[in-house]
Design a protein around this ligand. Structure first.
Ligand SMILES: C[S@@+](CC[C@H](N)C(=O)[O-])C[C@H]1O[C@@H](n2cnc3c(N)ncnc32)[C@H](O)[C@@H]1O
Length: 250
């Protein structure tokens, strides 16, 4: 596998380029390749096209999060902000949503969307999900959508999610997972890693890392073949989009 810093920079380059290209073109109509169809149409119907066309997730973590008014939510790898804006509506003005992303151009897009929508209970912070710029024991719900597979140090991500959650807090994650592992050569392919393919790990290994970090009630809510989301080439293990929930013990 490549060095963690090499993975981070390849991933940042890919998502920076996507954010910049979507800012310059195409967002006056729904012509961008977006994954917004993975949400229930009614849930996303009042979001502006700029936000829906920059939806790069692999599922809908918001619906399985069961958000309540007044809750504080953290979204790992918030991208253009789609899940933050959906969460902001559900937690209301007494709640608060923090999105963390390491890619400056993506944060710029997210902040432009926030301004355009006039949302006041969302904040976007620059940072890495392996070292979150968030105070310990301060978050009710951590969400993430198609991001943890991109991390070269997944145990650090789950340790950080555990640290920032309040006791009794919960995680609601949508991510790419596999059945079996990619071989070392595929894992070293930074292009395919950045495309949310070869950084993905076996589903049981993924939930095992969560349990090792201290989470209880780790549940794979659903898991479906991800052929519409990522390209599976010959020799690769089966690839799934899964939604996973877990709790930090009270
Ligand atoms: C596939 S996109 C998903 C964006 C968003 N969650 C969505 O559903 O549209 C991945 C995002 O995660 C960010 N990202 C990837 N690895 C990260 C890391 N280690 N730390 C912080 N952000 C990361 C990227 O910059 C990018 O914006």
């Amino acid at each position: 596998m490549a060095q963690a810093s090499e993975v981070h920079s390849a991933v940042q380059q890919r998502y920076g380029a996507i954010a910049e290209s979507r800012a310059q073109s195409c967002c006056s109509s729904d012509c961008c390749a977006s994954n917004v169809q993975l949400y229930d149409a009614a849930l996303v119907s009042d979001l502006p096209i700029e936000v829906t066309s920059l939806s790069l997730g692999c599922g809908d973590p918001v619906t399985i999060a069961g958000l309540q008014p007044g809750e504080t939510v953290l979204d790992l790898g918030s991208g253009g902000g789609i899940d933050c804006f959906l969460a902001a509506k559900q937690v209301g003005e007494t709640g608060y949503v923090i999105g963390v992303d390491m890619t400056p151009a993506m944060l710029e897009r997210a902040n432009a969307h926030k301004q355009r929508m006039g949302v006041t209970n969302v904040e976007f912070r620059r940072g890495q999900i392996e070292e979150l710029p968030v105070v310990a024991n301060s978050i009710d719900v951590v969400m993430s959508n198609c991001v943890i597979n991109l991390s070269p140090v997944k145990p650090a991500v789950f340790a950080e999610v555990f640290r920032v959650l309040k006791p009794g807090g919960r995680a609601a994650i949508s991510d790419i997972v596999t059945e079996g592992e990619f071989d070392a050569a595929l894992q070293a392919d930074l292009n395919q890693w950045s495309e949310c393919v070869t950084g993905a790990i076996d589903a049981a290994a993924y939930t095992g890392l969560m349990t090792a970090a201290g989470f209880t009630k780790v549940v794979v809510v659903d898991k479906a073949e991800a052929e519409d989301i990522v390209e599976r080439k010959p020799g690769m293990p089966r690839i799934f989009s899964a939604r996973i929930t877990a709790r930090k013990p009270a």
